[in-house]
Design a protein around this ligand. Structure first.
Ligand code: GDP
Length: 639
């Protein structure tokens, strides 16, 4: 009989591909959509299908040496998913390379609906090409560097304090903790470095200076309050920095805490919790009772494990300044986080625009250290000047080369400051920049008066199309343009667009300093049109009138050669040669044009100011009369 493949597959609850594969195995002729078979053959096919299904339910693992990574490969699942299952469901803390006990591997496999067959794999699987493999003896695992972000009062500081207090085994001599900008906790499963200045302002300020030290961001959201404006800002900042986010839903001890509500809110900001099928780890915690905090720490280590953070303690030194200040009796003091290599007492280092010989190093518990390796924060004494947060640390051969390098740097910086300001993206030359291939993305930060406008502007902007330039809204929020917006714009080379709002004073100054362009609008259509025109390279110059001054015609002189001159007196501000003017008589406009010449007594002058007399000739107009009123203005380009 003739059997349809699709129908047969449906009857047996398998795919058409599975049927064809069994047909091929059995050598039954077919034309992809149908095959010819009698009852015996059909029975054979059904048997083949159930065998194939059974083998799909079995995975093969090598006895005695299988790791979570092998298990993930056999299951065809991401490493992270398997590690999460191990920790959350099997309650086993492991790293990707820990050898698993057979019963643990079997339990996890079962969670994924598979049974384990313990045998040496027949053909070793090719390693995934994009997996970073540590070259033996070169790179070693390093602790993750974590920053805590979130809205004010959601418990960032409390959480940092709780973790510090509960995970520190106080050292023999006192063990008094001190604030050096970062601290480390030692857990049985690994070490975590926490940056001690919570909030996205510090996080992005470092990035704006070119230093990205954070590996993982913990977003704290109060369970009784939910996602607030600064939570949204923090999400944008972390996403823009491409740092993975773990959400800590804090204050779960409070009676009105609602973790589910927070999870739902998170989905609206493209943070899909794992429970909803997404990738984001959400940990309910209380910084007061400590509930959930150990789990949060486990999740940080799990995330770090998946990221395979590595460094080489024998590599040349590289580090970054977390914070620095001048201290009485101690001189310049800087907290340095080591990225690569090892910093030792006695080393000569160059730090940004300063240098020095490391006189002494202490950790955050005030313990003297002789050397510090990757991801370790240390307080360093001995620099000749105070460096800036975000400054890079590098080694120098000797004192002389350290000093020379700093001198060269300072000179180069001075020369650069004199010639060109730091180049930033501006709407006017976005197209040009696109052509030069420097940036393909036009990054925008959108701030507006109400949520409705934010959504409307964002929606319209995301529809702006261009072949060369890709319009990307990296952050959108309600409220005035703040310093934090400017910092993000500076770090992400973005333009800040305001709708129905103005920047706060501090933000304006910050924008000038960082050369960030701010554009404000009150008409949505104009905003969109400007962006559209900018990406098309057709932004028409826009002019605004700037009032200069007024003058009054007091006498009309007739010169034989030069025609008529209006003898005038400047009553307010100033009148400038080539300025645009409006002349009115009894409040009626009689002329609109330009000043052709301006004289004071017999001299041609560039401008006259209030209280002075002058002779004015207008461009192509001589019908002025005594008593006419002249208003001078200039057209200033505003885009
Ligand atoms: P930050 O501004 O995000 O650093 O927030 P803080 O750590 O200063 O906390 C703000 C307020 O929330 C303080 O009064 C804390 O005592 C309180 N708080 C922080 N965490 C918790 C928590 O887990 N439970 C309760 N009930 N209150 C908390």
């Amino acid at each position: 009989m003739q059997v349809q493949v699709a129908e047969f597959a449906k009857q047996h609850g398998v795919t058409a591909t599975a049927v064809i594969s069994v047909l091929d195995d059995l050598g039954v002729g077919h034309d992809e959509s149908s095959f010819e078979a009698d009852k015996d053959i059909v029975d054979l096919i059904v048997e083949g299908l159930s065998e194939a299904a059974a083998s799909e339910d079995t995975i093969h693992l090598a006895p005695g040496k299988s790791t979570p990574r092998d298990l993930a490969a056999a299951l065809g699942k991401p490493d992270k998913e398997v590690l999460t299952a191990l920790i959350k469901q099997a309650r086993v803390m492991a790293t990707l390379t820990t050898t698993l006990k057979p019963e643990v591997a079997e339990k996890v496999a079962e969670l994924f609906g598979k049974t384990v067959k313990w045998e040496e794999p027949k053909a070793p699987k090719a390693a995934s090409p994009n997996r970073k493999v540590a070259k033996a003896g070169q790179k070693e695992k390093r602790p993750p560097v974590v920053t805590i972000l979130g809205h004010v009062d959601h418990g960032k500081t409390s959480l940092l304090d709780y973790i510090r207090k509960t995970n520190v085994v106080s050292k023999e001599h006192g063990g008094i903790t001190q604030h050096i900008g970062a601290y480390q906790v030692n857990l049985p499963e690994g070490v975590i470095t926490f940056l001690d200045t919570p909030g996205h302002a510090a996080f992005t300020a470092m990035r704006a200076r070119g230093a990205q030290v954070t590996d993982i961001a913990i977003l704290v959201v109060a369970a009784d309050d939910g996602i607030m404006p600064q939570t949204i800002e923090a999400i944008s900042h972390a996403k823009n920095a491409e740092v993975p986010i773990i959400v800590a839903v804090n204050k779960i001890d409070k009676p009105d805490a609602n973790v589910e509500r927070i999870k739902q809110q998170l989905t609206q900001h493209e943070l899909i919790p794992e429970e909803y099928g997404g990738q984001v780890i959400v940990c309910p915690v209380s910084a007061h009772t400590g509930e959930g905090v150990p789990h949060l720490l486990e999740m940080i280590l799990l995330q770090a494990e998946v990221m395979e953070l590595q460094a080489d303690s024998r590599a040349p030194l590289a580090g970054v300044v977390i914070e620095a200040q001048l201290e009485k009796g101690r001189g310049p003091v800087a907290t340095i986080l080591i990225d690569d290599g090892t910093l030792k007492v006695g080393d000569i280092i160059v730090v940004g625009n300063t240098w020095g010989k490391v006189k002494a190093m202490t950790d955050w518990q005030g313990q003297r250290m002789q050397q510090a390796g990757p991801s370790t924060p240390v307080e360093v004494l001995g620099l000749s000047d105070v460096p800036g947060a975000g400054d890079r640390v590098e080694p120098a051969k000797d004192e002389r080369s350290g000093r020379d390098l700093v001198d060269d740097r300072l000179q180069a910086e001075r020369a650069k400051a004199m010639t060109s300001p730091k180049r930033r993206v501006s709407l006017k030359d976005i197209r040009k920049i696109g052509e030069e291939d420097e940036i393909k993305d036009l990054n925008l930060i959108v701030k507006a008066d109400v949520q409705g406008s934010v959504e409307a502007v964002r929606g319209l902007l995301e529809k702006v199309e261009s072949d060369e330039v890709n319009v990307k809204v990296i952050h959108a929020g309600v409220g005035t343009i703040t310093e934090s917006d400017i910092l993000l714009a500076s770090a992400a080379n973005a333009i800040v667009v305001g709708f129905n709002i103005k920047p706060e004073a501090g933000a304006k100054a910050e924008a000038e300093r960082h050369k960030v362009e701010i554009r404000t609008y009150t008409i949505i259509y104009e905003l969109i049109e400007d962006i559209e025109n900018a990406v098309k390279g057709m932004l028409e110059p826009k002019f605004e009138e700037e009032f200069l001054g007024t003058a009054e015609v007091r006498a009309v002189f007739k010169l034989t050669k030069a025609g008529k001159v209006a003898g005038s007196h400047c009553t307010d501000g100033r009148v400038v040669r080539n300025a645009s003017v409006r002349v009115t008589r009894n409040r009626e406009l009689v002329y609109e044009g330009k000043i052709a010449s301006l004289r004071n007594v017999k001299e041609d002058v560039r401008e006259i100011i209030a209280g002075q007399d002058c002779g004015i000739k207008f461009d192509g107009w001589e019908d002025f009369k005594e008593g006419d009123s002249i208003e001078a203005y200039e057209l200033v380009q505003v885009n």
